[in-house]
Design a protein around this ligand. Sequence first.
Ligand code: 4AD
Ligand code: MG
Length: 439
Amino acid sequence: MDCGIIPIREVLGGGYAGKKVGVRGWIYRTRSSGSKAFLVVRDSSGIIQVTASRDELPEREFDDAKKALIETSVVVSGKVFEDKRAPGGYEIHPDKFGVVSFADVFPITKDQSEEFLRDNRHLWIRSRYMTAIMKIRSTVTGAIHEFFRERGYCEFTPPILQPNQCEGGSTLFEVKYYGEKTYLSQTWQLYAEAAIFSLEKIYDVSPTFRAEKSKTSRHLSEFWMAEMEAAWMEIDECSEVAKDEIKFIIRKVLENNRDDLEVLGRETADLEHCLNASFPTITYTDALKLLKEKDGMDVPWGKDLRTIEEETIMNHFDTPVVVTHYPKEAMAFYKPVDPAAKDAPGQVAKCFDMLAPKGYGEIVGGSQRDTDVEELKKYLERDGEDPANYKFYFDTRRYGSVPHSGYGLGVERVIAWICGLENIKDAIPFPRTLARCSP
Ligand code: 4AD
Ligand code: MG
């Protein structure tokens, strides 16, 4: 090559008209007629039209340009021309057209079923749709690290193989562990609670596993959770951190991924609104009142909120909402009772969920942590667990216990909402669900 290779996005950025550039990538679209081949080439940064002419290329190279199928890998160089009709406004007229590897007939064409695309996810991740989502995903996880590090949190990595449940035995994935059995992590929480006694403020972004036995558009069997845990922190402060984190993530996506949101056809007005709005906090009891008064829905006090109820509540809001103080009896064993709650003191827990608008459901779940070992034992027994298996956890309460709180943010739930996806399966490159563990 007599000129350097540059990203396609750079060519489209302007300043190259009349100059010679080199690009490399994969054929995205192709069509030829007589002495011309009209190709669109994509790389990780964008797509550009390449118009190959018989009289500007050596014969063999022009023949290659004509016969190369979609996904053929190519290295091209030539002069850049401005052309309003071309995607991005520029095209290249190559004087060199090198095929790196010819592609077979690509199995993915227009209008294929979601299932077919998921069966071929290893190829579908080349689509502009999946590329845009994966770029946004990278911004989201990067933003999470940045958010916590800026605030003095230390990254702490939990074990993935864990002997105990924390979020309910029924969704554990069992793993053979030499002669014994163990489980894949449902949450980092029990280990995070041990680590705050040295690090105080910690966070992580880790793979998380739950055997979710129903098919929904919001549940994955393998997902990533961004969690935080902090010593000396009570529940109110904790839910404010979650609000700030969500805003921080949205700001970063709007700063870095406007083009990607456009590829997805995602309008951004509601996301921009979230940056300047304050997210309401309501209690569970208030939420039930709202459902009754505004929607005529009668949910008996004490029942956890179902998807339909969460969605109905969220029809009344245009930003995420924090719902606090769920009934203690419906909660996980580690969420402490709040004896001084505004509504139903002594019957609700110091906990919160953050719900996203537009039916995306619970994006964050968190709580203060019970420090009373007897209470913890009682509720573990309620759940059919043997407290003897939690000795290490009780130890964390025995040596200088402090008030502490934490939450987990569902990374794919947040991505699905920000990207406006119909199904959470597209928020992760290779989804694992009840029905799928391949490719
Ligand atoms: O509400 P969850 O179950 O909370 C916990 O696991 C706590 N131990 C976290 C903590 O306090 N450190 O899960 C947290 C979030 C949910 O709000 C949801 O966004 C997401 O994780 N989530 C899932 N996302 C995708 N697929 C699933 N099956 C999910 N289950 C939970
Ligand atoms: Mg939850």
